[in-house]
Design a protein around this ligand. Sequence first.
Ligand code: SF4
Length: 651
Amino acid sequence: MYTITVAKSAGFCFGVDRAVKMTYEALDNYKSVATLGPIIHNKNVVDDLTKRGARIVDSVSELEDGECAVIRSHGVSRTVYDELSKYKNPYVDATCPFVAKIHRIVEENTKNGNFVLIAGDKNHPEVAAIVGHCEDNCLVFEDDVILKKFFKKNYENLRKRLAIVAQTTYNILVWDKCMDVLPKDDPNIIVYDTICHATQVRQSDADELSRKSDLMIIVGGRHSSNTVKLFDVCKKNCRSYHIETSDELYTLDLGNARKIGITAGASTPAHIIKEVEITMAEIMDNFEEDINFEEALDQSFKKIHTGEKVKGIVAALNNTEAIVDVGTKHTGYIPLSELTDDPTKKPADVVSVGDEIDLIVTKINDQEGIVTLYKKKVDEQKGFEEIIKAKEEETVLEGTVQNVVKGGVIVAYAGVRVFIPASQSGLPRNAEMDVLLKTKVRFVILEVTENRRRAVGSIKAVQKAEKDAAKEKFWETAEVGATFKGEVKSLTSYGAFVDLGGIDGMVHISELSWKRIKHPSEVVKVGDFVEVYIKELDKDNNRISLGYKKTEDNPWEKFKANYNVGDVIPVKVVSITPFGAFAQIIDGVDGLIHISQLADKRVENVKDIVSIGDEVQVKIIDIDIENKRISISMRALLENEESEASVEDAE
Ligand code: SF4
């Protein structure tokens, strides 16, 4: 609700009221009346007097014979009185008694040889009239600055006493400053405070009212000095307008004014002030209706506050921001930096028109109807809530390693930075953390510091848990004969250790090859992926023996399938013993040429017949698969040759 307060002292002062009344009386008493200048600075009053027959003249010389002159409240100079006497025109002296008093002061001081300083506007009729009572023995100064200059220039050589008076409507604040400029305790300076009490009261009332108001309306003539001064006083305290009539109120920007003050210059009639008050009330009533409408409209919208979580629907996108509807009268903006950290991405890469997003209000500009919104904070908050929940529920999370920092790495998860210490990275001690950079890792949360929004995680714990789970599953399902593809993790002199997926088994050296080998590295190397099968399980001691050799690769099987007694085959001597020579039939199967089977004569020393590396033809004479013994003979072939020769000879 608005208030309109009219200053108690607004409007006609005693002097103006007196002058207007005296003019109306003159109109009653004289045939013709002319005022020496407008009786007051108020068009309405002047128009009314004119209608009643009062002329306005600028000088005595314009008066008609016998025409009554009205001297207005500002007063006139001594010469005007002389002229009126000279032309024998009757006159009504409506000079305000307070102004007339100044005339007496300056006349007396001039007579005493004192110099007169007049504070005021030299162009104002009142000041011009005062000057006209000083016989040019005076100086008009506008303010304290001019007065200071006067003293600086003249004080040392001043031979006269000084009398200082003020225009009755002089600004009391400027007058106080002028008093500060005066040399202290100089008996040759006589100060007459001639500012009209009515003016003082009106100005201090206006000052007080304008301090309590949002808006001041100062009513009075454009050229009314005291009205202008009231305006100067008020405008220091609040939005103020100087108007002449109520019609001007419609053109003013009243802003959001709710407390309105009205004052008026000394020459403003009461009925004009009343008219302004009524018009102002009408305007405010209409304004109030508008405000009520706006408030009702506002209330139809949701209220919004800084720091509040809101949901926004993406309404439009440009290259630097997303524009969202947050269900209030404001337009919401999400800067690109709040949508993504990726400098190559645009808002359209992150959100689409129509998407509903959780946001936080960071800045509200009601005047411009804009709210700035943050998304990352919501994401971070949500992410942190997920982190807390993940810790409670020991959930495995997946994130990307963003940075390598002192003592570990930082993993980004849902807008939250999770620290993984080097000891929890799953890498060997003293390993370079850089290998994890930009990789996706699985981790669990070990610690959360809610008030500092910090979280510590472990990749190693996930790896260990996964390994344990794999082991458990393995022992639950493992059975002899089951085949696996595993990685060779290490080699020893007695075998190779193979990772079966979280659990290691060993292939004994004898199981690596059908041949006799000296070291597992002859067959496999670390890092090889090999197919193995479970030969034996020792669940009590968690030991697994693996087989690697395959039946189809068993050279004895190959031999059995392809060779028979009586076959003549090439062999290669691989070793020599006192009782014969061993020769390789196929890879992995050797046969023995007994010393008695080396030749068709008695052999004393095997080496007399064959040497290691010799390739010879033999005949298979016996096969004992069970004991892996094969007897081969060179002699059998020689005997065949002899018998074939005997047959030929006989023929
Ligand atoms: S303002 Fe004071 S001095 Fe001037 S006319 Fe009114 S009463 Fe007289």
